[in-house]
Design a protein around this ligand. Structure first.
Ligand code: PHE
Length: 688
């Protein structure tokens, strides 16, 4: 059957191309403008503890999940899910549609980068003068003024205003480039990534070496790395680490599923996933070195010149870092225009392969469903992309960009989709099929721990974050959808509308019969399923335990959570744990090639999990609230004048993790290749 699916599927030429494409998608704007700031803002080097846990204990196993799903089914996300059961197709569409929302605003940021690259190149020819240059704190204001007022024409509020003509051209250029990169399918992408992945690394290397050789760079690094261990006790630090890791690894939006669906049959999956995870982390860390050493250099220079700009005054994440702080810092230093060109070229090359990876995931999903040709669908998508991008290049566009990206990045976007993916694949699919599939062809194997991770541990973490995020939204000071005086918050309503429209459209798409609807399913149909009686009982217990938990959650929303009420939740939570364990046992026993564990057992497991998540979320909410009261008066005690010895140890450990990890991956790849050389051979299948 697999052979049947295989026919006519394109493939990556070599393993290297696939790995680079995976890295290209993962390594993007998130690495350069989000990671360094998150680290700085959440405890410096201490943030690496939750981040490394998130990236390697959760992120890499989830990449393996997406790789094996895409590779096993040889389909983009919707049909990949549908191979488990036809009703699951909508999950794939949901993730693909939300991914497409990213692709409406991500190219807009790339368009800004193109403009700034152009300004820098003009600067090179104008004797080094950059339009945002200025001195001291006034200079920072000048850089802000240039970006927000002169360039974006920014206006507060949600009224859009007219399209800014000079932003349209770079937006179209961005889309044309993305179009050209993917119009021929992965055979061309596999060549392009040999440019778009190493090039930003070279640029980053130049910026890092330059930054580290500046006077004052070490002070900059002290801000970046000196650890504040008290941050580890805050649940919010962990929350940021998890969402940053998922976003940075391009998870939950169907991208890695699609990419792996084009991989030839014998290729490794597990080791490739680990390499992508390590490369992404390494890039993020180096981005931080480049950014903070340069900001440190700027602090030194401005202090020397008698108009000091403290690093705290400019350190920020997102557009503020890339288009105000960093360009300002470069403008204080020699060869400003040259380095600023290098910086924006790095951003463009980092971002473009992430952007086209998401486009590819939507494109492949539509092609799989309809059988229409890429050359017909891609232009339509490009036009839709540019048309929706117009919203973000208006004076009010930046506000909308913030709203949409916050939703995608937050509770309803990445957290929920990651949770849904793990729950569906863990409990409704047959996860062990994927594990065996991945193990059969990989340089190293995963034990049953991986099933437990995907089925229980990751959903508990993401589910708790989901409930916690829900609480935050519903209790936000000015109201979430409606303000205290009954006025609607249009931004949140639109954001929520998009989040709800995606599943609605997905369900409709699920109902339309497509080209591949007849493909064989991996869950055996018919029969009543094994473990039905226990399953019904377990489901009953999970539902009963859910009632008091839900009731407590409602009370918490009204601000009535106390230690005693929390204690009341322990018993239903324990019942939830019990149900999860029993259901997991039933699935392990009965999910064989010919038997099917009862749907009751599956749903019991899911309900039990939600019970546990709800309890953990209550615990986290309680802890955060009691901490807020204690820590309100405390300010960080970390000194930033010198890198501490602990920071040097941190740098050493990260280097060890990266070199050791990558060394081990390559060693395993080489030894597997020498044992069975055809494993790593390029695809022998003819490319249509
Ligand atoms: N990982 C990309 C980044 O760090 C963003 C991205 C998210 C790309 C989801 C594809 C899918 O910028």
């Amino acid at each position: 059957m697999v052979e049947m699916l295989e026919e006519k599927r394109e493939s990556w030429g070599t393993r290297g191309s696939f790995i680079l494409a995976g890295i290209g998608s993962a390594v993007g704007l998130g690495n350069l403008w989000r990671f360094p700031y998150e680290l700085y803002d959440h405890g410096g080097g201490a943030f690496l503890v939750p981040y490394v846990v998130a990236a390697f204990a959760i992120g890499v196993p989830m990449i393996i999940l997406e790789f094996s799903l895409g590779h096993f089914t040889q389909r983009a996300a919707p049909y990949a899910f549908a191979r488990g059961h036809w009703r699951l197709e909508f999950v794939g569409w949901w993730s693909v549609l939300l991914g497409f929302v990213i692709v409406t605003f991500y190219p807009v940021v790339l368009a800004w980068c193109f403009s700034y690259l152009w300004f820098s190149i003009q600067g090179i020819f104008n004797g080094g003068k950059l339009p945002w240059a200025g001195e001291g704190l006034e200079g920072v204001e000048n850089a802000k003024h240039f970006f927000y007022d002169t360039y974006l024409g920014y206006r507060e509020g949600l009224t859009l205003g007219g399209v800014r003509g000079h932003l349209l051209c770079p937006l179209i250029i961005t889309w044309v480039i993305m179009h050209l990169c993917i119009f021929k399918g992965v055979s061309l992408v596999s060549k392009i990534v040999w440019l778009t992945v190493p090039l930003p690394w070279i640029m980053l290397l130049i910026l890092t070496v330059r930054g580290l050789t500046l006077n004052g760079s070490i002070q900059g690094l002290a801000y970046y790395l000196n650890p504040d261990w008290t941050e580890l006790a805050k649940a919010t630090t962990w929350r940021f680490a998890f969402s940053q890791a998922l976003f940075s690894l391009s998870l939950a939006f169907g991208v890695m599923i699609t990419y792996a669906s084009f991989l030839h049959r014998k290729s490794d999956l597990n080791n490739n996933a680990a390499i992508v995870g390590l490369a992404d982390f390494g890039t993020s860390f180096v981005c931080g070195l480049a950014v903070f050493s340069t900001l440190g250099g700027m602090t030194f220079v401005t202090a020397q010149a008698g108009h000091p700009v403290p690093l705290e005054n400019v350190a920020e994440g997102g557009p503020g870092l890339a288009f105000v702080a960093f360009p300002y810092a470069l403008a204080q230093l020699p060869y400003a225009a040259w380095f600023s060109a290098v910086f924006f070229l790095a951003l463009i090359t980092l971002g473009v392969d992430s952007a086209f990876s998401i486009t590819e995931s939507t494109l492949a999903a539509v092609v799989d469903k309809t059988g229409w040709s890429r050359s017909m669908i891609l232009p339509v998508m490009t036009v839709i992309g540019i048309a929706t991008g117009l919203i973000f290049i208006t004076p009010g566009g930046l506000n909308w960009l913030g709203i949409v990206s916050d939703f995608i990045d937050g509770t309803w976007g990445i957290t929920f989709m990651g949770l849904l993916e793990c729950i569906v694949l863990g409990w409704l699919w047959r996860i062990d099929v994927l594990r065996r599939h991945a193990n059969e062809r990989s340089d190293w194997r995963m034990g049953r721990w991986w099933n437990v991770l995907i089925r229980i541990i990751v959903p508990v973490i993401l589910g708790s974050l989901f409930f916690w995020g829900l609480y935050d939204d519903l209790t936000s000071a000015g109201g979430f959808l409606q303000g205290l005086e009954g006025q609607w918050h249009v931004g949140n309503c639109v954001g929520m509308g998009i989040m709800l429209l995606a599943p609605a459209i997905s369900i409709c798409l699920n109902m339309i019969r497509g080209r591949t609807t007849q493909e064989p399913r991996i869950i055996p149909e018919g029969g009543s399923g094994q473990g039905r009686l226990i399953g019904i009982l377990a489901l009953g217990i999970a539902l009963v335990a859910g009632l008091p938990l839900w009731f407590l959650f409602r009370r918490t929303l009204q601000g009535q959570l106390s230690h005693d009420t929390l204690m009341l939740a322990v018993i239903p939570a324990l019942l939830g744990v019990m149900v999860v364990l029993v259901a997991n046992h039933l699935l392990n026993r009965h999910d064989s090639a010919t038997l099917r564990a009862s749907w009751f057992a599956r749903w019991a497991g899911i309900m039990g999990l939600l019970d546990v998540c709800c309890f953990v979320a209550l615990l986290l909410i309680f802890k955060t609230h009691s901490q807020e009261e204690v820590s309100a008066a405390q300010t960080s005690m970390v000194a930033h004048d010198q890198l501490t010895s602990v920071s040097y140890v941190i740098i050493g450990m990260v280097t060890l993790l990266l070199t050791g990890g990558l060394g081990w991956c390559f060693y395993r790849a080489l030894s597997a290749a020498s044992k069975e050389c055809e494993v790593q051979m390029p695809d022998e299948m003819p490319v249509p």
